[in-house]
Design a protein around this ligand. Structure first.
Ligand code: 3EB
Length: 345
């Protein structure tokens, strides 16, 4: 039955543990992603799982799997490049694209067009959250940074579908992987999603063109309600105030600014939801650190910021502006399980 608190659960565990799960346990997996230095995904036939070349900072685990579970009955499918699983209320899909034919901009546009086509066909009202991972995000080809090429293709797809490119756009992140394909994962809902903005930041969809010819199409967070349960996805959040990068070269100050921004987004989400549902300490955090040598400091700043222990996993990734050293995303309103071996180091 849908509408229970078990409609969505997030779990982080080493790939080896996932591989030994029973078919019954795996039947409740919506999908997910495995992160490791050299991409490797356990062979779990039929599960929509990405394999992302992104080193993880976790004790005893070379490969960290991020798994979305649902206690509801699930069905699986594939349409074009998209592999997906769905419950009555939620759709998880992912695809791993070779961008060499269409180029990054073209591949991005095609990918988002195919997502929108699937949502229309399966009757999903809204994209709740999109994860975008591709290599060399800060490198320029044809004199334009690849992140900016991605932004052009993404916005083109929204416009081609007659979708708004402001306000209730999905929560998202875009990070540079070490190598490999252009990987996209997403969650969609049949319930409407409210886009949440951050009063401390210019909305990304209104960034001036100094950050690229087309603005990024994402909201600071997405808020929806699944069977009576409010669900919040906070986009990748960086040390940006207004539209400008703050604290260049100072990873501790950047981390604090990220957390101040997340606090502001969470306060805004609580205001919109009309209730103080979401507490900073209860969210599940995923932290992308550009330079491995900064990990300890980022961890320390996070520990000082929170008034109690919080769930967090740490990955090494390139952030979408060259001067950003750290980016933090979060989600809340669902259960979270962290394997003990993930927590250490
Ligand atoms: C920023 O706030 C930092 O392009 O999908 C954060 C979250 C960022 C999502 C995206 C980019 C994206 O502009 C970068």
């Amino acid at each position: 039955m849908s509408g229970t608190a078990d409609a969505l659960r997030l779990e982080y565990l080493p790939a080896s543990q996932l591989a030994s799960r029973s078919p019954e346990a795996l039947s409740h997996v919506l999908g997910g992603a495995c992160f490791s230095r050299a991409a490797c995904v356990p062979d779990l036939a039929g599960l929509p799982m990405l394999s992302v070349d992104m080193p993880v900072f976790a004790a005893e685990a070379d490969t960290l799997c991020e798994i979305w579970h649902s206690a509801d009955p699930l069905t699986a499918g594939q349409q074009g490049e998209i592999r997906f699983r769905q419950s009555d209320t939620l759709l998880f899909g992912c695809m791993s694209l070779d961008e060499s034919a269409a180029g990054l901009r073209g591949a991005t546009e095609q990918a988002y067009q195919s997502i929108f086509a699937l949502l229309a066909e399966l009757d999903y009202a809204a994209l709740l959250r999109v994860w975008n991972y591709f290599p060399a995000i800060n490198e320029a080809t044809d004199e334009i940074e690849r992140y900016r090429q991605f932004n052009i293709g993404r916005q083109e797809a929204f416009l081609a579908q007659g979708r708004s490119v402001i306000n209730n756009v999905p929560a998202a992140c875009a990070l540079g992987s070490a190598a490999g394909h252009f990987n996209i994962a997403f969650l969609a809902t049949r319930t409407p999603v409210r886009g949440i903005e951050n009063p401390r930041q210019v909305s990304a969809f209104h960034y001036p063109d100094q950050y690229g010819p087309r603005s990024p199409t994402f909201a600071r967070a997405g808020l929806t309600n699944l069977g009576g349960q409010d669900l919040l996805f906070v986009s990748g959040t960086a040390s940006i105030v207004g539209h400008q990068t703050r604290h260049e070269g100072d990873v501790a100050a950047q981390t604090r600014e990220c957390l101040e921004n997340i606090a502001a987004v969470v306060a805004e989400a609580n205001r919109v939801a009309g209730q103080d549902h979401f507490r900073l300490e209860d969210l599940a955090y995923k932290v992308y650190v550009r330079h491995p040598e900064n990990l300890a400091l980022v961890r320390q700043v996070m520990a000082e910021f929170f008034s109690g222990p919080a769930s967090a996993v740490f990955l090494q990734a390139d952030v979408c502006r060259a001067d950003l050293l750290v980016e933090i995303e979060a989600s809340g309103g669902h259960a979270v399980t962290l394997a003990p071996s993930v927590i250490g180091r």
